[in-house]
Ligand binder design. Structure first.
Ligand code: FPP
Length: 241
């Protein structure tokens, strides 16, 4: 890392769409599995670097609800990598004071995956330096509908359905909205990711494929973020005041 990141304006919450593992592998004549393995190595490095930089919340889009339509072998491999990650990284997460959370419908995941996630979540529940959210079996639209159902079940009066009351029913309850959303591999889509929470996020898109997203790439994304003036609906002059 070049050390040029301005610590005072590091985003509090970074959310990443880790895209391009398959193309990375294909370009090297490797299997898609190798691409996901390389992508997992990148995820580990990015978690550590974000923690070092003082990012408080990091969300990784690891498996969308739509990803179930991939070949069975590939889905199985992604879950195997996830279980391996949980086994191999628990010590590092504790050492780095990182709390693990899952955003998504955990009940829909295979038993062994749920078991290993639950184990790491309970072991790291007391950690405070950073929250690592893995979006798993996640759909932004489903998350919104789920929140609507929860509010309806509580029998809230229409005027009691405020933004705060709504946000408290999302998987991200209690966490700030993402300040910066990064998507790798040149795709310019949100793909059903954090639809409610992304309202005022800055976006950073790069052609780089996820396995190649190294420290220098993260540095570039942060420099882009730091160069942006976030307006939250105000004029440039109002923000400068
Ligand atoms: C997108 O690449 C990547 C995924 C759908 C899976 C993401 C999973 C990992 C990086 C591994 C697990 C991570 C952790 C934290 C354990 P793609 O397959 O859509 O790439 P393509 O668009 O080039 O085909």
């Amino acid at each position: 890392m070049t050390g040029t990141t301005d610590a005072s304006s590091v985003p509090g919450h970074i959310a990443i769409i880790m895209d391009g593992n398959g193309r990375w592998a294909q370009r090297r004549g490797l299997s898609r599995s190798e691409g996901h393995r390389a992508g997992t190595r990148t995820a580990k490095a990015v978690v550590t670097r974000c923690r070092e930089l003082g990012v408080r919340h990091l969300t990784l889009y690891t498996f969308s609800r739509e990803n179930w339509s991939r070949p069975k072998d590939e889905v199985g491999l992604i879950f195997d990598l996830l279980v391996e990650y949980m086994k191999g990284e628990l010590g590092n997460l504790l050492e780095q004071d990182i709390r693990l959370k899952v955003l998504g419908e955990m009940d829909g995941l295979p038993f062994v995956v749920r078991q290993s996630l639950s184990h790491v979540m309970s072991k790291t529940a007391h950690c405070r330096a950073m929250t690592l959210n893995l979006a798993l079996n996640y759909s932004g639209r489903e998350e919104i509908l789920r929140a609507c159902r929860a509010l309806a079940a509580k029998g809230l009066a229409p005027e009691a359905i405020t933004e705060d009351a709504f946000a408290a029913e999302l998987y991200t309850a209690g966490q700030p909205d993402p300040d910066l959303i990064i998507r790798t591999s040149g795709e310019l889509r949100l793909s059903n990711y954090l639809l409610f929470q992304a309202a005022y996020a800055e976006f950073y898109f790069t052609e780089t494929l996820w396995p190649d997203f190294d420290e220098a790439e993260l540095e570039r994304a942060l420099a882009h973020y730091q160069s942006r003036q976030r307006r939250f609906g105000k004029t440039g002059e109002q923000v400068a005041d």
